[in-house]
Structure formats: C-alpha cells, structure tokens
Write a protein that binds this ligand. Structure first.
Ligand SMILES: CC(C)(COP(=O)(O)OP(=O)(O)OC[C@H]1O[C@@H](n2cnc3c(N)ncnc32)[C@H](O)[C@@H]1OP(=O)(O)O)[C@@H](O)C(=O)NCCC(=O)NCCS
Length: 345
C-alpha cells in the first residue's frame, strides 16, 4: 500500500493535492566538471594537509569548472540530463528556476541563459537565491506553481561555480567547496506519489556567518574592493557548523512530523553535503542509521545549491532509491536558510 494511503499517513496538510493535482519528480540529472582537484594538490597551494581536510570535513577531492565553463553551462548539462531521464523535450518546459549564488553575471538571469541553451522557447525563467538550501526552495516553488495549475512542467536546477568566488589563498574556506549542478523535472501526475511536503526557513540575523561582501549594491567592484579581497566568500566556520546541525535537525523533524512519518520509514536521507561531521551529527540527532544517510561529499565537497540535486540524481542512478521509497532531503546555507522535503519516489 502506498504510504500516502496508509493509516499512518493521516495529516491532511502533509501533501499538496490541490484539487487533485499532485507534483511528481519525473526526471533527475546532474553534471560535474571533468577537472578533479585533490587534497594533495591543495597541499601545494595553501598550508594544509590531506589528513586535516579528511578528518575535519570528510572531503577528499572536488570538481573545478574550466575557466570558460560557467554556471549556465553546468546548469544546462544537468538540465539536459534531467529532461532526457524524464523524456521531456525542452519545448515542453513551462518554467525554469535556477538556484545559485554564482550566476554567470548579475543579470540577465542564469535561468534565461539555460532557457536559450535548451530551446525551452515557451518557458518563463528566473534565478532564485537561498544558498545551499536553494534546491529544496526550488522544489517547493515548483510545486506551488504546479499544484495551483499555473504550470505543468517545471525545471529546477541548483548550479554553482563556487571556484569563482573562493579565495584560493584562504585555507579556512578554499578546501571546502566545489563546482557542479543538479536538476529535476517536476510535473503534474495523477499517480499517488511525488513531493509530499517541503519546509523552508531563514534567519537573516545571522547573515554575517557566511557571506560575500563585494559585488552588490553595498560594495560595488572597485580597485579598492578587489585589493581588499571583498569578492570572495567569507565564513565563520564553527558558528556555521553549530547552526547547520541545529537547523537541519529541526527542518527534517518538521517535515517528518507534517507527514506523520518516523525516521525508520525513510529509505534514504539526502543531506546537504558540507561536512561529514555535520551529516553524522544530523543523522544521530534524527535517530537515523548510517545506511540511511547518503554521502558523496568525499568526491565533490560542498557544491552549495547543487549539492542535494547531485545527491538525489546519484542515489536514483545507483539504485539506492526505488519506486515507492520515501526519501528525505535536508539542507542548510547562508542567509541563514534551511529546508527539508519528503518525497515518495
Ligand atoms: C570549516 C570547518 C571545517 C573547520 O573545522 P573546525 O573543526 O571548526 O576547525 P577550526 O575552525 O576550529 O580550526 C581549527 C584550526 O585548524 C586550522 N585550519 C583551518 N583550515 C585549515 C586547513 N584547511 N588546513 C589546516 N588547518 C586548518 C585553523 O586555522 C585553526 O587553527 P588554530 O587553532 O591555530 O587557529 C568547520 O567549522 C565547518 O565545516 N564548518 C561549517 C562549514 C559549512 O558547513 N559551511 C557551509 C554551510 S552551507
């Protein structure tokens, strides 16, 4: 029996079923640039060691986009993979949402460039910024458009070229991040599966824990701002860590509560991939087993808005997720922002 129809699934707010319309993820895809940057190579760039990076973060290597490969290129390739897996041509897409903190440029949107690249002639397109929570925010926005009958087919992409805003002379941050993109096609489907609930949250009081000071209206690019290295991301690692664990636990528990689900019912938990110790702490607090926790950050590091989408694609393609499984996505990022979603696959 589908969990949606089981007696355990009794909270009517648990899923969006607006006048019979449900929202399913009909295809997923991802793209990682070819160049691998290992911890060993970083040892030659800054004062760090493979041992330190591995033990403190769990990261072994990350992907770095080519100089002439931009966020829109990564997003386009992930989108094409997701569309192919859904069997949906670009012309059928109604809306493209790109979640990113590293757009090709301040405007036009990266989503508009993707729209051109995939030939989605009739699609509306916009960028959305919720940092590492962007993919889950994107799923929720897509769901709202679908369940309210505004659109039938929405493409959500999390894409980042973080290597373009990382200070490669700062060992505190440069070892943590990588480039990549993850995408999903969301469509109205009559079947009783899909996105069951999504939780989103934010706390702007802690905006200064993780931010990039330069490049916006507050600090436009000048010779001085470049010299002061204001166009790179900055982070208070320890405080960010504590907030990440707490927020991800709270968001995940709220999503499960809305669906009246125990953690034991979840087949696979795909957390934002920032730090292995954060993932382990969140898993422990939720009462999850290590087998439930999906981990790929040893290969890619933190890819911000792309991370959960890449994880979902890899979990599906590797067979870790089968039709009917319940999965939990959970993320945390700058803003602060956080989000969690429960999906019946
Ligand atoms: C960044 C992070 C890995 C640092 O780990 P930590 O255990 O908190 O380490 P600390 O900040 O206490 O630093 C410990 C020491 O290691 C040093 N250090 C930092 N980066 C280092 C590196 N790459 N190599 C070697 N030493 C390093 C620090 O300078 C510090 O030295 P000190 O004690 O002499 O001052 C960790 O705080 C973290 O992952 N935070 C959250 C990051 C995150 O999730 N960001 C994105 C959210 S979406």
């Amino acid at each position: 029996m589908s969990p949606l129809h089981s007696p355990r699934f009794k909270n009517p707010r648990a899923r969006y079923n607006f006048q019979g319309r449900t929202c399913s993820i009909t295809g997923v895809g991802s793209y990682l640039p070819a160049k691998v940057l290992t911890n060993g190579e970083l040892e030659r760039m800054v004062d760090t060691t493979d041992e330190w990076i591995t033990s403190r973060t769990g990261i072994k290597e990350r992907r770095i986009a080519a100089e002439t490969e931009y966020t829109s290129d990564l997003a386009t390739k992930a989108a094409q993979n997701a569309l192919a897996s859904a069997g949906v041509p670009g012309e059928q897409v109604d809306l493209i949402i790109v979640a990113t903190i590293t757009p090709d440029m301040p405007f036009p949107s990266t989503a508009a460039l993707v729209q051109r690249n995939i030939g989605a002639r009739r699609a509306a397109a916009f960028d959305m910024e919720a940092a590492c929570s962007g993919y889950i925010y994107g799923l929720e926005i897509a769901q709202q458009f679908i369940t309210t009958r505004t659109y039938d087919t929405v493409l959500v992409i999390g894409a980042e070229k973080l290597s373009s805003i990382v200070d490669w002379s700062d060992r505190n941050t440069c070892v943590l991040f990588g480039d990549g993109a993850g995408a999903a096609v969301l469509q109205n489907r009559p079947a009783a599966h899909g996105l069951l609930t999504a939780v989103m949250g934010a706390d702007g009081n802690k905006a200064d824990l993780l931010f990039m000071p330069g490049g916006g209206s507050r600090c436009p690019a000048t010779a001085d701002s470049v010299a002061a290295r204001r166009h790179y991301l900055r982070m208070e690692g320890k405080e960010t860590f504590k907030n990440a664990v707490q927020a991800m636990q709270t968001a995940a528990e709220e999503a499960l509560r809305r669906c009246d689900l125990d953690i034991g019912r979840i087949k696979c938990i795909i957390p934002h991939q920032a730090n292995r110790r954060i993932i382990d702490a969140v898993g422990d607090r939720l009462g999850a087993t290590p087998e439930q926790m999906f981990v790929n950050l040893h290969k890619y590091g933190n890819t911000s808005a792309a991370s959960v989408g890449i994880g979902l694609d890899e979990a599906v393609k590797s067979g870790s997720i089968q039709r009917g499984d319940l999965i939990l996505l959970v993320a945390f990022g700058a803003g602060l922002t956080w989000g969690a979603a429960v999906i019946e696959w």
